[in-house]
Design a protein around this ligand. Structure first.
Ligand SMILES: [Zn+2]
Length: 196
């Protein structure tokens, strides 16, 4: 893929969009894009920054465990390790993690998995409108290995999302655009089932 700086510019633009939607409040949320596969390298947003004010330099190159691979880089997001795990297991090219409210409310109501069916927006999520999709829900943890193991235990190749209870949602896709479209469609569907 592109250079780290180019990836940083793309991530900053995406962060601004998610911030405008209210899904990256405070300094919450983080995005990543795969830079290379062998070995796995990702560009991930730096920790602790206002996601509406990111620049192309506010990015860190990490390995599959979330550890920075270059000296003199910013500190990666605390959740970088889960980005690496998701990219490694799913083969995704980009991972979105936002603290949108609807996924967290849905996990509160359906704490094991959130079921979606017979919704046109499932097509934007990568399936067919009459598919039956179950979004896995895992308990929150500050330990990315614990979260990664829970993700992998419930992983299905046809379901590109994971809700972390009382925390937020991860959605992935082949690139940042597909991951964004899936995130937007999923958030809409979760709001729909919460309100009906
Ligand atoms: Zn988070």
């Amino acid at each position: 893929m592109s250079s780290l700086y180019e990836a940083g510019a793309m991530l900053a633009a995406e962060c601004a969009r998610y911030t405008a939607l209210g899904w990256m409040r405070g300094t919450s949320g983080n995005l990543s894009v795969v830079l290379g596969r062998d070995p796995l390298r990702l560009a991930v947003t730096a920790s602790g920054l206002d996601k509406g004010e990111m620049t192309a330099s506010d990015v860190v190159e990490i390995d599959a465990t979330g550890a920075p691979v270059r000296p003199d880089q910013p500190i990666p997001s605390a959740e970088a390790g889960l980005h690496g795990r998701i990219a490694a297991v799913s083969g995704a090219g980009a991972v979105v993690h936002v603290h949108a409210l609807a996924p967290v409310l849905a996990a509160e109501r359906w704490p094991n998995a959130v079921h979606l069916r017979n919704l046109e927006m499932l097509k934007g999520f990568g399936g067919k409108a009459d598919d039956w999709v179950s979004i896995p829900v895992v308990p929150n943890s500050q330990d990315m290995t614990v979260l990664g193991d829970a993700f992998e235990a419930g992983y299905r190749p046809d379901t590109p999302a994971l809700i972390v209870a009382r925390h937020g949602v991860y959605v992935w896709g082949s690139d940042l655009y597909q991951a964004r479209h899936r995130t937007e469609c999923l958030e809409w569907m979760l709001r729909f089932i919460l309100e009906t």
